[in-house]
Design a protein around this ligand. Structure first.
Ligand SMILES: C[S@@+](CC[C@H](N)C(=O)[O-])C[C@H]1O[C@@H](n2cnc3c(N)ncnc32)[C@H](O)[C@@H]1O
Length: 267
């Protein structure tokens, strides 16, 4: 098999080498790790992404390659700071554009729920860049929750962002029914299944942002994402309008992450 040059992702002072999992050239990867350390004085550790992002918690295995054997770092995005351990919580700079796009859609005084918040990136960036009244920020991963709590402190948004540890559907059913104006669902595995809880959390009218993984040809994946969303929304007693759908990032061969922005009115 031909050795394809791997991609490199920078998260704070950690570099992550992403090579095809079934075609790792050990010698080349070690050489590359050392080159990264030599050329980038701000990079202190290099890891190899050893698996895709897997499981409910959306974390992956990493293999230490060079520099300090440390997986915790401070990642900066849109003038906010996020403490994360790349081995314990989901984190990618590839959502950076999307974090800001959503923040710019938020109107003053909005009440927001981030159902799958990870280390709090959407929630904190919204709190810093827009003027929401409150952002309820939920994650089921205890490590993500721990970092989210710390990141809320670090970014001084304690009076706006409220962290919850638990399953988003249970948190909504127990505490947040009919409470909010905008719901973020940045977990493609569960977005469609959890739409009913997102709807139940909207007070009367509001917006839902669904993140989906869609397998289709390049010119068909947006249509497919909208069709899947409509099929789910048709089940509920609501009026709705899909106001936008767009590619977030390619995630595999003929596999795309898509965001669908929906306006809904409850009857
Ligand atoms: C793709 S990551 C979120 C990324 C994050 N929003 C960001 O911008 O970096 C999805 C998150 O959903 C969490 N999760 C999975 N199932 C959940 C559930 N039922 N309720 C709440 N959180 C859940 C995972 O622990 C993970 O942190």
């Amino acid at each position: 098999m031909i050795w394809k040059k791997p991609k490199i992702e920078y998260i704070g002072d950690i570099a992550v080498i992403k090579a095809p999992f079934n075609n790792i050239n050990e010698e080349e990867v070690t050489k590359l790790a050392n080159e990264i350390l030599e050329k980038n004085k701000f990079i202190k550790s290099v890891f190899l992404a050893a698996t895709p992002v897997i499981g409910e918690l959306k974390v992956r295995d990493y293999r230490y390659l060079a520099g300090e054997n440390r997986s915790e770092t401070i990642y900066k995005e849109h003038n906010c700071m996020f403490k994360v351990d790349i081995k314990k919580v989901f984190i990618t700079p590839r959502l950076s554009y999307e974090h800001l796009r959503i923040a710019k859609l938020v109107n003053e005084g909005e009440r927001i729920i981030n159902m799958f918040a990870g280390a709090g990136l959407f929630s904190i960036i919204i709190a810093k860049k827009s003027k929401p009244k409150i952002v309820h920020s939920i994650d089921i991963n205890p490590d993500a929750y721990k970092y989210m709590v710390e990141n809320i402190e670090i970014n001084k948004v304690k009076d706006i962002v409220f962290p919850y540890l638990g399953d988003a559907k249970e948190v909504i059913e127990k505490k947040l029914l009919n409470s909010s104006d905008r719901i973020l669902m940045p977990l493609p595995d569960k977005a469609l299944e959890y739409v009913r809880y997102a709807i139940s959390a909207i007070e009367k009218i509001g917006y839902i942002h669904l993140y989906l993984h869609v397998s289709a040809k390049k010119d068909e994946f947006l249509n497919k994402a909208e069709e899947l969303t409509k099929k789910e929304l048709e089940k509920y007693n609501i009026e709705y309008k899909i106001i936008n759908s767009k590619e977030v990032r390619p995630v595999g061969p003929r596999l795309y992450q898509v965001v669908v922005d929906v306006y809904i009115e409850k009857n």
